[in-house]
Design a protein around this ligand. Sequence first.
Ligand SMILES: *[C@@H]1O[C@H](CO)[C@@H](O)[C@H](O)[C@H]1NC(C)=O
Ligand SMILES: *[C@@H]1O[C@H](CO)[C@@H](O)[C@H](O)[C@H]1NC(C)=O
Ligand SMILES: *[C@@H]1O[C@H](CO)[C@@H](O)[C@H](O)[C@H]1NC(C)=O
Ligand SMILES: *[C@@H]1O[C@H](CO)[C@@H](O)[C@H](O)[C@H]1NC(C)=O
Ligand SMILES: *[C@@H]1O[C@H](CO)[C@@H](O)[C@H](O)[C@H]1NC(C)=O
Length: 464
Amino acid sequence: MKRLQLGTISLVLLLIILTKSSTTNAVEDDSVKNEESDKEEQNHVPNSTSSYGIEIVGEMEEDEWEMVQKRGNQFVVNEKPFYINGFNTYWLMVFAVDESTRGKVTEVFQQASSVGMTVCRTWAFNDAQWRALQKSPSVYDEDVFKALDFVVSEAKKYKIRLILSLANNWEAYGGKAQYVKWGKDAGLNVSSDDDFFSHPTLRTYYKNHVKTVLNRVNTLTNITYKEDPTIFAWELMNEPRCTSDPTGDKLQDWIQEMAFHVKKIDAKHLVEIGVEGFYGPSTPHRTQFNPNSYATQVGTDFIRNHQVLGVDFASAHIYADSWISQQISESHLEFITSWMKSHIEDAEKHLGMPIIFAEFGVSSKDPGYNATYRDNLITSVYKTILNSTKKGGSGGGTLLWQVFPEGTDNMDDGYAIVLSKSPSTSAVVSLQSSRLALFNSMCSSKFQWSCKKKKVIYDPHDEF
Ligand SMILES: *[C@@H]1O[C@H](CO)[C@@H](O)[C@H](O)[C@H]1NC(C)=O
Ligand SMILES: *[C@@H]1O[C@H](CO)[C@@H](O)[C@H](O)[C@H]1NC(C)=O
Ligand SMILES: *[C@@H]1O[C@H](CO)[C@@H](O)[C@H](O)[C@H]1NC(C)=O
Ligand SMILES: *[C@@H]1O[C@H](CO)[C@@H](O)[C@H](O)[C@H]1NC(C)=O
Ligand SMILES: *[C@@H]1O[C@H](CO)[C@@H](O)[C@H](O)[C@H]1NC(C)=O
């Protein structure tokens, strides 16, 4: 009870801080920074203990480390909503294999948590490539599995939950092409990479991989992955596409079988598919929101895919530079807003589930790119999600693609954000974290007010 009162007092303080700050643009917003901002400037990464009151919220979060669940269109933990500011770092397992690079895993968790991020999406696959987890079907490298164990146990230390993706559509780290190659090696009559989705033997390979990962007992914590609250959700596949069947039937059938398969082994964790979110044949009236006409041809179908039993929440990615034009343009921001709004609306009205924008970012290699543009893009995404969050809506969160520690440039595809070198971006991220942390605690059933009452607190003209 004592805690609760302390928390309530802190919360009121926090409200004052944030209400003041929320009327100005996040990028230029320095009003929330306190006297310690000079010190932060030196460190580059603002400390959670010194900025934006995250530490105050932290005091209220002394509950046990419990599974994330879904209630209606919200994520919840310990009866509190769990709106997410998170990030991607795909290579964590691979770096954790070797002692010389393992420290980078810790660094990225440390830096991300210092700006209040709570979820990381990363690969729990690496098929027959450098430092492979799965060397051949159902044959695993124990050292690499131990590296994944490390990633999971290290994430918990920094109070970061993981979305673990179980396969790749693309060839990096193996992907569906590698499964097809294994099939060929085993004498199967397969040719197209999309046989990954349809060939019964390849489906079995994938299902075995899923089973192995979910039943893994972490050698560092002794916790079975399927029992571990550090894992936020399972992702069936990174960006599945099945261009060989634009009707979407082939992929739909695969999703049905695999979502059920995951749930059968692990009923506790949430499941998402990993699609990019393109509208498909089942919703011709929504295809206007796609970035281009090709998007309807890739065999995915946002609404239909997410109606599958066992799929708990929706995902979409946001890449104006890859989907519309590589040349940076202000019009990209308009696309991004409309893309997000349409998906949030669908998640709310048609799917009745939360949605996570599981990858978004901009490449520094794009013509016309500059750091200000990147901050504006991130701010725009954050604002749009907050518009849903503050109403208790389906906009469950966003995951930046991607956050790297220093000294990992060789892994960078152009999108990497090194927080310690990007103070302005760190400030944007921190502000979003503290705002979401505020909503998460404010809407707690443990407090006297509910989400709805917060309208009284916020200035109605406040557009964030
Ligand atoms: C920031 O964090 C670092 C490492 O935890 C610590 O050494 C430093 O004193 C902190 N700075 C402030 C301003 O709290
Ligand atoms: C291999 O599959 C193709 C297409 O699915 C089919 O046309 C062909 O007859 C098959 N070949 C054999 C040897 O079964
Ligand atoms: C895990 O289990 C083993 C064997 O039961 C035990 O020796 C070890 O101390 C346990 N480790 C942890 C971290 O609980
Ligand atoms: C940054 O890029 C945007 C978009 O290309 C452009 O409009 C803006 O003028 C640039 N700003 C600077 C400071 O270069
Ligand atoms: C926020 O939501 C309101 C309706 O609830 C809508 O009119 C407005 O355009 C939204 N703003 C953004 C930036 O999404």
